[in-house]
Unconditional design. Sequence first.
Lengths: 113, 117
Amino acid sequence: GENVEQHPSTLSVQEGDSAVIKCTYSDSASNYFPWYKQELGKRPQLIIDIRSNVGEKKDQRIAVTLNKTAKHFSLHITETQPEDSAVYFCAAGVSGGYQKVTFGTGTKLQVIP
Amino acid sequence: GAVVSQHPSWVICKSGTSVKIECRSLDFQATTMFWYRQFPKQSLMLMATSNEGSKATYEQGVEKDKFLINHASLTLSTLTVTSAHPEDSSFYICSASNSGRWQETQYFGPGTRLLVL
């Protein structure tokens, strides 16, 4: 099955700096890579996703890059703000009909004001 | 859109009792629902995948007779923890996939915190 590794486990940045979280996956069949943000005590919320037909996707301060050859993908947050502080999970799976995804171990991001 | 509710939000029960958790998609039809377990400061561990009208698919190591899943309609799935024990105490969270275009996108419920005494 799929195995997703995520690094770092914790990340502290100064407000305004950029944050990068990296994930690797093992199953070359995976073609769907969502990122979720989970604030303390709350549900995970999808913040961005990417499919394997593109190498990069951007939504305001958030961007995700995908390298299928190397089987890794990354989340980039620019101009970080205190409200970006949360746990971020990457995931990998196969799209096209009710397929599960495998989650990474999570990265706790702390943005220091 | 794509709102998922979960009930109850928290429950305390005695060891040996059964607990039922409901997961509802409020504004969309969810052909597939997923049940996860999350321990403090850990990732989401998939327990089972539930498709409407069919038996759930359990992940390796998850006892299907202990964690009963029913997905009788396109908006409701239930997880019953039978004969709960203290080691079953955890945060249980469901997610639902919209049967529309982006079928793989999962929308999560708020979770149910279970404490077994």
